[in-house]
Design a protein around this ligand. Sequence first.
Ligand code: 5GP
Length: 219
Amino acid sequence: MFEADAPRKGICFVLAAPSGTGKTSLSRALLRADPNLSLSLSATTRPPRRGEENGLDYLFLSHAAFDAMLARGEFLEWAEIHGQRYGTPRDPVLAALKLGRDILFDIDWQGYRSLRAALPDDVVGIFILPPSLSELRARLEKRGDPEDEINRRMQAAYGELDHVREFDYVVLNQDFEAALRALRAIVAAERVATARQLWLDRWLKQAREDEFSRDPTRP
Ligand code: 5GP
């Protein structure tokens, strides 16, 4: 039988969506169901919100500490969003990919673009859409966000929709369970993509050797 520990490259799955689309609930459910998937920990200069923990939700950094990491080239990508800076530390991501572990990123479209440029073969982009923009507004209103905040988020949503075609997949979050099934199917399919199977050359070489030992006249 073929050796069991067949290595595969890890994959960076980027989930993007206008806020209020249900991305956080979907990503939590996806992470719970999948032990080989973990969430990337970003660094940010924004202060922690209530209940957020350093090292768990974000690495909360001073501007000086963020600058120092930036100067040392320690970010795989970074972006300025609403006057604060956010970045993905490089080393943990590269280490996970090497071990064949997959990482889920909750970053904006700018981050997705830069990540894709940095790791062209390893990034899969998934855009989650609400059933409609009026439904999105209704969800934000139900959440009780203030009117000007809702308008700001709706404005941001229009901006993000301009980038939907840069993503590999689009999932409509009309029904939570159906959207989750679609996400799990994407993850499963990307894991068996031919280019990611580092063991394939070895498998083919062994297959040729087996055939040759059975019938040495075969080319
Ligand atoms: P929040 O401050 O609400 O946690 O996040 C604000 C925005 O920053 C969200 O759109 C989130 O996806 C994005 N974000 C969080 N971490 C990163 C990161 O490391 N890089 C980039 N480019 N965006 C990020």
